[in-house]
Ligand binder design. Structure first.
Ligand code: ATP
Ligand code: MG
Length: 198
């Protein structure tokens, strides 16, 4: 069997929104990926300054958002490992799970720029090809990234962020159509983002 091409979309997904889904779908089509695995983080060290929703809530919202797409799935590797998530650990675990397949790590341009500050940055490129998603007009300075290991893809502008969604819920403004319907319901049911952070 020829190696499958597997996209890996890491994120806090607090909450998952249509920007994430459009980016994953666009990359899946353009890179002919057989599957895209969404991987919600454990407690993310990049966001130590704010309270992140429980892993189980972020996991379930990601499942709800991706359930109807036959080539989208969700992995618990980062949540079940526990502690802070480092991308190198995510890729090592998925490589173990899919030893014969090719991994494509999908990340926003903002995160890609920080890539060399990540732990074991050089090693990351041994495990996966990196795909940086940019928005039209966004200039990414890529001269310091290793040649042939990173591709940049421009995705139709989607000015949606999880931060924006949380602020809207806090302010009792609607998030309909920014996140999938089931995620709107789930946020409401679990009263996420309503109360001030402790
Ligand atoms: P926050 O506002 O809390 O930082 P976020 O919207 O950036 O959240 P993350 O879970 O941090 O969401 O993002 C996961 C990945 O998706 C990151 O690589 C990020 O760059 C990318 N991403 C986030 N929003 C968009 C968007 N609107 N379009 C394309 N990619 C996005
Ligand atoms: Mg972000």
């Amino acid at each position: 069997m020829s190696p499958r091409r597997i996209g890996v979309m890491g994120g806090t997904f607090d909450p998952i929104h249509h920007g994430h889904l459009v980016a994953a779908s666009e990359v899946q089509a353009r890179f002919h990926l057989d599957e895209v695995i969404f991987v919600p983080t454990g407690q993310p060290w990049q966001k130590a300054d704010r309270v992140v929703s429980k892993a189980e809530d972020r996991y379930l919202m990601t499942v709800i958002a991706t359930a109807s797409n036959p080539v989208f799935s969700v992995s618990r590797v980062d949540i079940d490992r526990g502690g802070q998530t480092f991308t190198i650990d995510t890729l090592r675990d998925l490589q173990t799970e899919y030893p014969d397949d090719e991994l494509f790590f999908i990340t926003g341009a903002d995160a890609l720029e920080q890539i060399l500050t990540w732990r074991d940055a050089d090693e990351l490129f041994k495990y996966a090809h990196f795909i940086g998603v940019t928005r039209p007009g966004y200039h990414l300075d890529d001269h310091h990234l290793p040649r042939g290991k990173v591709s940049l893809v421009e995705v139709t502008a989607m000015a949606i962020s999880s931060t924006g969604c949380r602020e809207r819920v806090r302010a009792a403004e609607p998030v309909w159509y920014l996140v999938p319907d089931g995620v709107v319901r789930y946020i409401d049911k679990r009263r996420l983002y309503k109360d001030p952070s402790p």
